[in-house]
Design a protein around this ligand. Structure first.
Ligand code: AMP
Ligand code: ZN
Length: 471
């Protein structure tokens, strides 16, 4: 397997350091709000990575943190007038529900920052003892970037001329404002009831120390992979490296991987820009987790991806093609055991494997999937049951990475996947509407309803949802 390492800025062969197990850390959500689908682009990329590692036969130990104390969560809790834990709880629950909807495999550990304050205090203490951190007059503790010669190695910036001894108390800042950053923040009026006692007085951890402390606790002082969205690279990941390596004297992470942003009209999707959709927004419009996953995983992770509803429409059509083919293969296989893979299935699977192992080239992996659909359809009438079963096994193998192929079975669901029959009726109805044939459109709406699905029309096209039994 080859991946692009943000640290070396090169594609490199990847294998875990220790035997068969990959130790991987993923920056998780700040639970002050519902995650938007930009965040989920990062989590789906990390899931495809995880599943590819498993596809290759490695075991994965993945740790994903929950940032439940930082500038934003404290601001939210105090504005709402509720304790921090009470404020973050529904967003933690929503996050796990959303991961399920997107068929993201669960990580092995989900440490919450508020459960690891002693570990963070201990790490800050080590840094103070090592002479790379200092207490300021107000009782905060700062990391002195001039004391760590490797500072800037991930962001590839030469900070020599910028080392002014300035300090930055905020969790998030940009490269122009590089300076000593907060490891521990002294309690302030605006923190309200949030705070913990420490050797430097009452306060709370900075955001960056959370990830260094929790990753090393669960994965060791050096581990294989660390991932996140590209906006995490600086200052968050740069600071994580400084904190960990200055404390341990060992390399922190072997390979760093970052995904590009999900954008809307060319701009990063973000809470602050207000240009976001949560996963829930899209489910309410009738799209399924399966369709959303298809779109998010479909672009190469290092390429920007512009969000558009037309992509969801394409996803629906493409998935209907997969479903139709799989259903036909199932009928032909009639429960037979898979025989040797027919040539078309073996070569599609080989192309698929080469694609995902080439720095997670999902566009090429999708092409291999649809090659399999095309050749299976072309050969359908001549396939023996054991051939059909072998082709199904190839789909299943691809699905172990993609997580949306076998709709019914692996239930990349959220909303339940639209069955092929209904998808075909929807396509027919879209055509009727394009031709302004309203009578036909209404007839098809009734046929879709008879199959148990309700269809709604909007500017972006048709949206369906399962009709729930009344009462
Ligand atoms: P946050 O909750 O802001 O800490 O972000 C959680 C994760 O989502 C991080 O890995 C971010 O880098 C990532 N992220 C945030 N916005 C986007 C976006 N528009 N596209 C892709 N990833 C994003
Ligand atoms: Zn982090």
């Amino acid at each position: 397997m080859k991946v692009y390492n943000s640290l070396s800025r090169r594609e490199e062969p990847f294998a875990p350091e220790r035997g068969g197990e990959v130790r991987m850390y993923t920056c998780g959500p700040t639970v002050y709000n519902f995650a938007h689908i930009g965040n989920f682009r990062a989590y789906v990329f990390e899931d495809v990575l995880r599943r590819t590692l498993e596809f290759n036969g490695w075991k994965v130990k993945q740790v994903q943190n929950l940032t439940d104390v930082d500038d934003k969560t404290i601001r939210g809790a105090n504005a709402a007038g509720v304790p921090l834990q009470e404020y973050t709880k529904p967003y933690k629950e929503a996050f796990f529900a959303d991961l399920k909807t997107l068929n993201v495999e669960p990580a092995e550990v989900y440490p919450a920052a508020t459960d690891h304050i002693p570990e963070m205090i201990e790490l800050v203490r080590r840094l103070v003892d090592a002479g790379v951190a200092y207490r300021s007059d107000d009782g905060s503790v700062y990391f002195s970037v001039v004391k760590f010669p490797g500072y800037g190695k991930l962001a590839h910036i030469d900070f020599e001329n910028q080392r002014t001894g300035a300090r930055c108390a905020a969790d998030e800042y940009d490269k122009e404002n590089v300076g000593d950053f907060a490891l521990w923040k002294a309690w302030e009026e605006s923190d309200g009831p949030v705070g913990w006692d420490s050797p430097w007085g009452r306060g709370r951890p900075g955001w960056h120390i959370e990830c260094s402390a929790m990753s090393m606790k669960y994965l060791g002082e050096t581990f294989d992979l660390h991932t996140g969205g590209i906006d995490n690279l600086f200052p968050h990941h740069e600071n994580e490296i400084a904190q960990a390596e200055a404390a341990t004297g060992k390399p922190f992470v072997r390979t760093w991987m970052h995904c590009a942003h999900l954008r809307v009209n060319g701009e990063k999707m973000s809470k602050s820009a207000g240009n976001f959709f949560t996963l829930r927004d899209l489910l309410e419009k009738g799209w399924t987790g399966r369709e959303i996953r298809y779109v998010l995983a479909g672009a190469h992770y290092r390429q920007g991806l512009n969000f558009a509803f037309s992509a969801l429409e394409d996803a629906r059509k493409s998935l209907a093609r997969v479903d139709t083919c799989v259903a036909a293969l199932e009928a032909r296989a009639a429960g037979a055991a898979p025989g040797a893979a027919p040539e078309f299935a073996a070569s599609a699977l080989e192309a698929f494997s080469a694609a995902v192992n080439d720095d997670l080239n999902t566009p090429r992996a999708y092409a291999a999937l649809f090659n399999l659909v095309r050749s299976a359809n072309a050969a359908m009438e001549t396939l023996r049951p054991q051939d059909a079963a072998a082709a199904l096994a190839a789909f299943a193998r691809m699905d172990s990475v993609l997580g949306f192929v076998q709709s019914g079975k692996s239930a990349a669901g959220g909303g339940e996947a639209v069955p092929p029959g209904v998808a075909a009726l929807l396509e027919e109805r879209a055509r009727a509407r394009a031709e302004k044939n309203w009578a036909e459109s209404d007839r098809l709406r009734d046929a879709i309803a008879a199959a148990g699905w309700a269809v709604k029309d909007s500017k972006t096209g048709q949206a369906v949802s399962k009709i729930r039994p009344q009462g």
